[in-house]
Design a protein around this ligand. Sequence first.
Ligand code: TPP
Ligand code: SF4
Length: 291
Amino acid sequence: MTTVALGPKDFKSELKPIWCPGCGDFGVLQALYRALSGIGRAPHEIAFVSGIGCSSRIPGYTTAYGFNTVHGRALPIAQGIKLARPELLVLVAGGDGDGFSIGGGHVAHAVRRNFDLTYLVMDNQIYGLTKGQLSPTSPHGLETATSPYGSLEDPVNPLAYVLSYGAGFVAQGTPADMPGLAKIVEEAIRYPGFAFVNIQSPCVTYGQEVQQMKVHKATMKTLASVGHDQTDRIAAMRLAQDYGKALYTGVFYRNPEPPPTFEALVRERQTAQGERPAREKILDRYLQRAT
Ligand SMILES: Cc1ncc(C[n+]2csc(CCOP(=O)(O)OP(=O)(O)O)c2C)c(N)n1
Ligand code: SF4
């Protein structure tokens, strides 16, 4: 592992973002550059995996190795990468549609397996890339291209979702407080296990008026200001119930005693049994190598 002194600019790729001017994802990207410079891992030691969506373009705007995969499938691919190359820093990103609609089934399993991954969801409560359809986090009553009578469904609560499956690190931020978001993302990366950050990132083109940057600035409230103890999972669950009503920023929950990660348990067993690493065994099979 190489730790180097790098500034935010060292993580900026030559690609120019094609997001709509004013999209919240610009601020998320700035926060991520800052967080990565705080971590100090060289870009070639970072694997950044995403699904499909406006938000899922983010790996391409960084100098890390990026993989813009398939809609909803970023987490399984990231878990495979982490299992094969546990020494890499693995980041995963995508939208609320990518993560909690088509990919929703994967979140529970990634959480309970506890790979050391950082999962950033840019939650704009709408499908941005496909031009404004109902998303799993759209509020009840929201009129969209696919909900002409207003949404008749209750939204998924991403915070409660991951907390209930036992995620060791759960936080929320907004690009309306970019330095605060950078700090949260850095903390999430430092957590040794599955870390989830719900980022309320406004869609200026199809999003709701109450979901815009100036409203976030006026309404956001840090969890520290309400006296929240981030080691108290039940209190975190209680505060998470306000998703969609209050915009809390900061760490909802951090497990004070992080359990071993999935990849560490696999490595431990392989070492105990004197086994060759799983990836070598797969290559043996495909290349018909003698073991
Ligand atoms: C298998 C599959 N189904 C549907 C699509 C179409 N599609 C692309 S992005 C997207 C949703 C985008 O919303 P979200 O994931 O919330 O990201 P955002 O664009 O808002 O950042 C959909 C439905 C697809 N690319 N692949
Ligand atoms: S459609 Fe919305 S989410 Fe997509 S780039 Fe534009 S503002 Fe951002």
